[in-house]
Design a protein around this ligand. Structure first.
Ligand code: NCD
Length: 326
């Protein structure tokens, strides 16, 4: 796969192919600005290849173990599609209750097992830090597909790729994150990732009990990115270039009564969006519950369905990178 010659995004000085071969992808913190541009360049190439030929043999003979301890539609199926479009194959383990996990097998043992059969492991797990534990146990690359409320690096990469493809830039943007910023792992990763770019302003709009964790805000502040917190969207919507909406993460609440209080805190609909710019993008990692009205789906600014498709190209790029073929 050529990655540099016809790529309009960037010429790369370093040998990224060697750099990412065999690596785990655990956190967005592993990606320098240069790495990010490389991933987006490769993803862009992947998009072109899928549009031209659909499926090709870059990873022929390679096997991915897709190990999901939490529900997933998009992440799991887009990794499967990514591997198969690259000519590889997949061991799907979506229902860990039918695997030896239900017999009490530890995560490191399950990982050691799967790497006997697969070349790369994608892991989603309810505990923060689980991806790092798995990566320590494995010799083969482990890709974090969401570790509890920790990180979701491949989602943040596809979110940023979406912004790039939709608005043509990742610099000079006002990004407003809305909803469950406490438990939403995608916003933890995305805020960190965006802090690498220049002239970024981050607004966080959430109920009081679902504010962005201090740890994430401190890391972003260290990069010199201005951040501001709000309880209402009204004042920040008109200046927003990217509105990143999230689902209130019901499954992570200790007290169901707290969930009931905040579950419908914000709803994006055509009326609300009258106050937004004409040229901006609304993203959502999905699944949505009630936070974006279906009436808004046909608006050109509604980018969340295209965002899912971009996820395929980004995950193709990441698989090719860690398997030494990008
Ligand atoms: C997200 C997740 O699992 O963190 N979904 C996804 O991967 N697209 C967001 C969510 O579940 O709300």
């Amino acid at each position: 796969m050529p990655t540099t010659s016809s790529n309009p995004h960037l010429p790369f000085g370093e040998n990224k192919q060697a750099e990412w071969y065999g690596k785990d992808i655990i956190s967005v913190k592993q990606f320098s600005r240069n790495d990010l541009e490389y991933v987006f360049g490769v993803a862009h190439e992947m998009r072109g290849m899928v549009e031209r030929v659909g499926t090709f043999d870059l990873l022929k003979g390679k096997i991915l173990a897709n190990l999901f301890y939490e529900p997933s539609t998009r992440t799991s199926s887009s990794f499967t599609a990514a591997m198969e479009r690259l000519g590889g194959s997949v061991i799907p383990i979506n229902e860990v209750k039918y695997s030896s996990v239900s017999k009490g097998e530890s995560l490191p043992d399950t990982i050691r097992t799967l790497e006997c059969y697969a070349d790369v492991i994608v892991l989603r797990h309810p505990e923060t830090g689980s991806a790092a534990i798995a990566a320590k146990a494995a010799k083969k690359p482990v890709i974090n597909a969401g570790d509890g409320v920790g990180e979701h690096p491949t989602q943040a990469l596809l979110d940023a790729f979406t912004i790039m493809e939709e608005l043509g830039r990742l610099n000079t943007l006002t990004v407003t994150m809305l909803g469950d910023l406490k438990y939403g792992r995608t916003v933890h990763s995305l805020a960190r990732l965006l802090s690498q770019f220049s002239n970024i302003r981050l607004n966080y709009v959430s109920p009081e009990i679902l504010k962005m964790p201090k740890e994430v805000m401190d890391e972003v502040a260290e990069k010199g990115v201005p951040q501001a917190e709000f309880s209402s969207l009204e004042n920040v919507l008109p200046e927003t270039d990217v509105l990143y909406v999230t689902r209130v993460q019901k499954e992570r609440f200790e007290d169901p009564a707290d969930y009931e209080k905040v579950k419908s805190a914000y709803v994006i609909d055509p009326e609300v969006m009258k106050a937004a710019k004409k040229e901006m993008a609304v993203l959502h990692p999905l699944p949505r519950v009630t936070e974006i009205s279906m009436d808004f789906d046909d608006d050109p600014r509604a980018a969340y369905f295209r965002q899912m498709e971009y996820g395929l190209y980004v995950r193709m790029a990441l698989l090719a990178m860690v398997l030494g073929k990008a």
